[in-house]
Design a protein around this ligand. Structure first.
Ligand code: HEC
Length: 163
């Protein structure tokens, strides 16, 4: 019985070491400052702070990779969340047309309103990223205002006409 246990542990240990060799992409690609969320959308400081704190690890190129993101198989889960997150919504590369930009903001409001984001498994290890009721309110209120701003940009005031 003891022998079987010992052998099982050895086999598991070998598998554990083996899976560490599988490469995981943990890169933070370079950021073009002219393409960020902040460059493209009028983001006030309290909203900036909020999304950085709760969303940036998966939806930007400024991911903080924690120690467990270096240990397989957890590393695979973290890397796949980041890859998928960046593909769907990327605050470091807000390369969206006006309608897509509004669409992304609407999706953000929906996900936050439904408590689907930040992802629940992320909140277990990052409890401070959880959005409080007040944070959700301010994010949702801001999205309502800024989406109108994007849809109806203020008319260019024509100063030469006043001549
Ligand atoms: C732990 C990583 C992680 C964090 C943190 C995170 N997201 Fe996500 N997000 C994902 C992943 C993965 C997907 C794609 C799969 C899914 O929809 O569950 C996604 C999808 C989305 C989508 C698209 C949903 C759709 O309509 O399909 C939106 C919008 C979004 N996230 C917004 C946010 C916002 C806003 C925050 C911060 C408040 C946030 N996310 C935090 C990983 C994350």
């Amino acid at each position: 019985m003891r022998k079987i246990l010992k052998r099982t542990l050895i086999v598991l240990g070998v598998i554990f070491i083996g899976i560490q060799l599988y490469p995981v992409d943990r890169t933070n690609p370079p950021i073009d400052p002219e393409m960020t969320f902040q460059a493209k959308v009028n983001v006030p400081p309290h909203i900036d702070k909020l999304v950085r704190n709760s969303c940036y690890d998966c939806h930007s190129h400024e991911t903080t990779w924690p120690w467990y993101s270096y240990v397989a198989p957890v590393s695979w889960l973290v890397a796949s969340d980041v890859e998928e997150g960046r593909t769907i919504l990327n605050f470091s590369n807000w390369d969206y047309s006006m309608f897509r930009s509004v669409g992304r903001l609407d999706q953000m409001a929906e996900e936050v309103y439904q408590d689907r984001m930040p992802l629940p498994n992320y909140l277990i290890v990052h409890p401070s990223a959880k959005l409080l009721a007040a944070d959700k309110d301010s994010l949702l209120d801001w999205i309502e205002v800024v989406r109108e701003e994007i849809m109806n940009p203020p008319e260019e005031s024509d100063t030469t006409a006043q001549d």
